[in-house]
Write a protein that binds this ligand. Structure first.
Ligand SMILES: Cc1ncc(COP(=O)(O)O)c(C=O)c1O
Length: 410
């Protein structure tokens, strides 16, 4: 290996280096992975075959024959699906396909945020969004949630306080429909309240709805974008949670004047076309049947996880039953520091997401953890939680009883 030293040349302000992938842990409760068994593989294979056979030669041009906003049949599917399931009135021209909704976050941030700006979000929020604000030097103000999602009394107080201090927040970022990590759904009444507050304080809403298809009872409230009368809502979504994250297909719904600014900074000459073509072929025929099957499987895994936590941690693990999605947000006893639990748990084969990485208030997150139940098998969920309880007891003395066996006293 040549030993040229790049270190002195690296641009200042880079984030810490990424860790090298060494395989998945035995019991993986991290990330937003999906359920491999529920992947609609045969139909995806058939869709790939059909679409490539029919129009594969369009791959010879950047953007296929659809232009830079992405594969048109996929945008047409999205427009009719969003109308039907979320009440959003848009057409294919109001949609920009992105490389996952993470790129959507980058594009929206790219046109709106600068260093020193302030945004408002849920107190618990998506790590991918938090990391971006930190990197951009943006101040994130967290609003507490309850069982109905973000609390509007707290939002009103924060917006008023910011106004008093002459701070104009750039947007309210929210995951209103199956929130990450709490699994709550913002009630319809609160959606109206949020829109009123946003209008009163002239703040746009950035609605991230990537879990909205995964609701146990299938009852998705209208999107904020659909309910808005003044148009100040940017809506993003993804196929990562409803189909598969490795596809890297997300989207933005916004008016053309905004999409035009985003396209100008989307300098990748188009998101990967093959996956867009496959989804554009698969979705109109199969999406509606696939999602309830996926959701049923996810709910069954959640039951296993809640049961295993009850068995292994007893009352030491507190949580609310989420309304959908792939995560359980768990509160452990105050003495547990999940950032310190992380390494020994990993050494025992159990990967968890420590709570401080999912909240604007690190102290609040200290004894909390987010567990993804989608990817592990039922057996792995049970074995992984049993191992986690053992490690937690070894490191922090809790839970005192594991599977009803009292802790041996030294
Ligand atoms: C709230 C939220 N937004 C966006 C994303 C990004 O997903 P993707 O880029 O795979 O669409 C995630 C992934 O976990 C998420 O939880």
């Amino acid at each position: 290996m040549p030993d040229f030293d790049f270190a002195p040349l690296l641009a200042p302000g880079l984030p810490p280096a990424a860790a090298k992938f060494t395989g998945f842990p035995k019991y993986n409760f991290t990330g937003g992975h999906n359920d491999a068994a529920e992947l609609p593989l045969d139909d995806l294979v058939a869709a790939a075959n059909a679409v490539l056979t029919r129009e594969g030669r369009t791959l010879a041009t950047y953007g296929l024959e659809s232009g830079p906003q992405g594969y048109r049949p996929l945008r047409e599917f999205l427009a009719q699906k969003l109308k039907r399931t979320a009440g959003i009135a848009c057409d294919a021209d109001d949609i920009l396909i992105t490389s996952g909704s993470l790129q959507a976050l980058d594009l929206v941030n790219g046109i709106l945020l600068s260093r020193g700006d302030t945004i408002v979000t849920e107190l618990e929020t998506y790590q991918g969004a938090l990391n971006r604000w930190t990197r951009l030097g943006v101040n994130a103000v967290g609003i507490p949630l309850d069982g109905d999602g973000m609390r509007m009394d707290a939002l009103a107080a924060v917006l008023e306080d910011l106004k008093r201090r002459d701070v104009q927040p750039k947007y309210i970022y929210t995951v209103p429909t199956v929130h990450n990590p709490t699994g709550t759904i913002l009630s319809e009444a609160r959606r109206h309240e949020m829109l009123e507050l946003a209008e009163r304080y002239s703040v746009p809403i950035f609605e991230d709805d990537c879990y909205a298809d995964l609701i146990w009872d299938g009852k998705r409230p209208p999107a904020l974008h659909a309910l808005s009368r003044h148009g100040g809502v940017i809506h993003i979504g993804s196929f990562s949670k409803s189909i598969a994250p490795a596809l890297r297909v997300g989207y933005i719904v916004a008016e053309w004047s905004l999409l035009a600014r985003m396209l100008a900074i989307k300098t990748d000459a188009g998101s990967g076309a093959l996956e867009q073509m496959v989804l554009g072929e698969f979705c109109p025929k199969h999406f509606d049947a696939h999602v309830p099957a996926l959701t049923r499987g996810l709910r069954a895994k959640l039951e296993t996880l809640m049961d295993a936590l009850g068995e292994q941690f007893g009352t030491a693990a507190e949580f609310d039953d989420p309304k959908g999605g792939i995560f359980l947000w768990v509160k452990l006893p105050d003495e547990v520091d999940t950032l310190k639990l992380y390494q020994p748990a990993l050494a025992a084969g159990v990967a968890i997401n420590p709570g401080p990485e999912w909240t604007t208030d690190k102290a609040y997150g200290k004894s909390r953890t987010r567990l993804c139940f989608a990817n592990a098998s039922h057996e792995a969920i049970r074995a992984g939680i049993a191992t986690l309880a053992e490690v937690c007891r070894r490191e922090f003395g809790v839970p005192e009883r594991i599977a009803n066996v009292e802790r041996a006293r030294a």
